[in-house]
Ligand binder design. Structure first.
Ligand code: NAP
Ligand code: MG
Length: 496
C-alpha cells in the first residue's frame, strides 16, 4: 500500500497548529520564546517546531504542580482520579489512528507497530493504573497494645519525568499511569527527537478533565536545559528517568541537592540463548523480533544471540533467509516491517559500530550499510555478525540499532557465564524444550526480565526493570506503585 498522502493524515490538524508547552492547564510558549525542529526520520523533512522549554518554564510548571497537589488534585476522591485516568485511556483509543500516525512520523517506526503496540499498550497502561487508584491501602499493625498503629500510603509529591525517544507515548504512559494513580502531579520532559505525541496526549488529558497543573509538559533539551532543571530542582520530590546509562549517572548526581527519590530504567545488552533442543523456527522468529523490533532501538533488545554450535549453521541460514524478505521503508507504509532509525546521529552511531565490528574481526552475515535504495531517511539495513566473541565492542556496548551479534557456544556453564558477562542486566531469553533447563536459566541469568521461548512480551501488570547498570526500581505492575508512593506510620497512644 502506498504511503499515506498528506491530505489523508489524521494528525494533519495537530501538525499544522503551533505547538506549546503545557503548564498549569494552559498551552503556552517557552519563556525564552525559543523553538526547535522535530524531524521526520523517513524523509528528513521538518515535521513541526516545538517550544524549547528551559529552567524558567520548569519552575512555572513545578509551582503549578505543587498548587494542584495541595489543591483540587490532592483533595479529589480516588474514584474520581480513577475516572479521569480511565477517560484518558478512552480518548487515546478514540484517537488511536491519529496518534499512531503521529508517533510513526516523529519516530519512524512502522505504523503497524505504532498502532498495535505503542497506542494499544499506552491505552492499556492507563486503564491498568486507573484501576490502582481505588486500590491503594495502608495497613493496621498490632505491634503494641498500648498503641493503635496504622500506615497511610501517600503520593510522593511533585514528580519529574524524563523520557527517551524510542517509545515516546508508551514511556509517557509508564510514567504518568502510576504517578497519577498514586495522586502525584507531574512535570514531563519528552525527548527532543520525539516531542509530538506527548503534546497531543497533553491535549487529551485536558479534554479528559484533569485539574490545571496536574500534568505539565516541557518540551526541550536535557543538558543545561529542561532536563537538567528537572533533575536538580529543589521542589521536585522524585525524578523518574528512562534513557542512557551515562545520563542516568548525571541524573543521580543532580538529584543529590534535595536528595529526591530516583528511579532509573537504563540500557541493556540482552543475551538471547538458543539451545539445540529448541523449536528452531520459533527461535529464528524470536531472534528477529528480539533485535529488529523498533529498528533495534529497544533497551531490552536481544542483541547478543548465543547459538549452540550443533545448530549454528542451520539457524543462520534460516535467519538470513527471513531477514532477506523483511521490508524496509517509510513507517506509514502498511507493508513496512523495519523503518528508519530515529535520527541521523543514531544512524551514524550504528554505522560506526558496524565498522568497529568488522575491524575487530566479526564476519558480516547480512546487511552492514545504509540501504542504497533509500535516497532520504536514516535507514540502516538489518545487520548480523557471526563469529563474535563476548569481548568485542558490539557484544559489550549498546548499539541501539538493528545489529545482531551471534556468539557460538558448546556448554551450559559456558553460556551462562558469557550471558552474565555484561555490565547490564535488563533482560534475557532462553529457547529450549527442556523445562528444567529453562527454569535453571531463568534463575541463572542476572536480569530483570527473562523470556522463555518468547521475546519482547509485555503487559502493564508485569514488572520491568534492571539489575546491575540497567537501573533501579521496577516499573509496571504493583511495583510502580512503590515508586510513586510514600508510606507514613501513625502511632496513636491508647494508654490511660
Ligand atoms: P538519553 O540521551 O539518556 O535521553 C533520555 C532523556 O534524557 C531525553 O529526554 C534527554 O533529553 C534527557 N537528558 C539528556 N541529558 C540529560 C541531562 N544531563 N539531564 C537531564 N536530562 C537529560 O537517551 P536516549 O538517547 O534518548 O535513549 C536511548 C537510551 O535509552 C539507550 O541507552 C536505551 O537503552 C535507553 N532506554 C532504556 C529503557 C528502559 O526501559 N530501560 C527504555 C528506553 C530506552 P534530550 O531530549 O535533550 O535528548
Ligand atoms: Mg522526530
Amino acid at each position: 500500500m502506498a504511503v499515506v498522502q498528506e491530505k489523508e493524515l489524521l494528525c494533519k490538524d495537530f501538525l499544522a497548529k503551533p505547538k506549546k508547552l503545557l503548564i498549569d492547564g494552559k498551552f503556552v510558549d517557552a519563556v525564552s520564546g525559543k523553538t526547535f525542529e522535530t524531524i521526520n526520520p523517513a524523509t528528513e523533512e521538518v515535521l513541526a517546531k516545538v517550544p524549547e522549554g528551559g529552567k524558567e518554564d520548569v519552575d512555572k510548571a513545578v509551582k503549578a504542580a505543587r498548587r494542584a497537589l495541595d489543591g483540587p488534585w490532592g483533595k479529589m476522591a480516588t474514584n474520581e482520579r480513577a475516572r479521569l485516568i480511565y477517560k484518558l485511556a478512552e480518548l487515546i483509543e478514540k484517537h488511536a489512528d491519529e496518534l499512531a500516525q503521529l508517533e510513526t512520523l516523529d519516530n519512524g517506526k512502522p505504523i503497524t507497530e505504532s498502532r498495535y503496540v505503542d497506542v494499544a499498550q499506552t491505552a492499556e497502561t492507563y486503564r491498568y493504573y486507573a484501576g490502582w487508584a481505588t486500590k491503594l491501602e495502608g495497613e493496621t499493625i498490632n505491634a503494641n497494645s498500648n498503641f493503635f498503629t496504622y500506615t497511610l500510603r501517600e503520593p510522593v509529591g511533585v514528580v519529574g519525568q524524563i523520557i527517551p525517544w524510542n517509545f515516546p507515548m508508551l514511556m509517557q504512559a509508564w510514567k504518568w499511569g502510576p504517578a497519577l494513580a498514586c495522586g502525584n502531579t507531574v512535570v514531563l520532559k519528552p525527548a527532543e527527537q520525539t516531542p509530538l505525541t506527548a503534546l497531543r496526549i497533553g491535549e487529551l488529558a485536558m479534554e479528559a478533565g484533569f485539574p490545571d497543573g496536574v500534568v505539565n509538559i516541557i518540551t526541550g533539551f536535557g543538558p543545561d536545559s529542561a532536563g537538567e532543571a528537572i533533575s536538580n530542582h529543589m521542589d521536585i520530590d522524585k525524578v523518574a528517568f528512562t534513557g542512557e546509562e551515562a545520563t542516568g549517572r548525571i541524573i543521580v548526581k543532580a538529584s543529590a541537592g534535595n536528595l529526591k527519590r530516583v528511579s532509573l530504567e537504563l540500557g541493556g545488552k540482552a543475551p538471547n540463548i538458543v539451545f539445540a533442543d529448541a523449536d528452531i523456527d520459533a527461535a529464528v522468529k524470536g531472534a528477529i523480533t528480539g533485535i529488529f523490533f523498533n529498528q533495534g532501538q529497544v533497551c531490552c533488545a536481544g542483541s547478543r544471540l548465543f547459538l549452540e554450535k550443533s545448530i549454528h549453521d542451520e539457524f543462520m541460514s534460516k535467519l538470513t533467509d527471513r531477514i532477506a524478505k523483511m521490508r524496509q521503508g517509510h513507517g506509514l507504509d502498511e507493508g513496512t516491517q523495519i523503518g528508519p532509525q530515529v535520527s541521523k546521529e543514531q544512524q551514524q552511531r550504528i554505522l560506526s559500530y558496524i565498522d568497529i565490528a568488522k575491524k575487530e574481526g566479526a564476519s558480516l552475515a547480512c546487511g552492514g550499510a545504509a540501504p542504497s535504495e533509500h535516497k532520504k531517511g536514516y535507514f540502516v539495513q538489518p545487520t548480523v555478525f557471526t563469529g563474535v566473541n563476548n569481548d568485542m565492542r558490539i557484544a559489550k556496548e549498546e548499539v541501539f540499532g538493528p545489529v545482531l551479534a551471534v556468539i557460538p557456544f558448546t556448554g551450559m556453564d559456558e553460556v551462562a557465564e558469557a550471558a552474565n558477562k555484561t555490565t547490564f542486566g535488563l533482560s534475557g531469553a532462553v529457547w529450549t524444550r527442556d523445562v528444567k533447563k529453562a527454569h535453571k536459566f531463568a534463575a541463572r541469568i542476572k536480569a530483570g526480565t527473562i523470556w522463555v521461548n518468547c521475546y519482547n512480551v509485555f503487559d502493564p501488570a508485569v514488572p520491568f526493570g534492571g539489575y546491575k547498570m540497567s537501573g533501579y526500581g521496577r516499573e509496571l505492575g504493583k511495583h510502580s506503585i512503590e515508586l510513586y508512593s510514600n508510606i507514613k506510620s501513625v502511632w496513636m497512644n491508647l494508654m490511660d
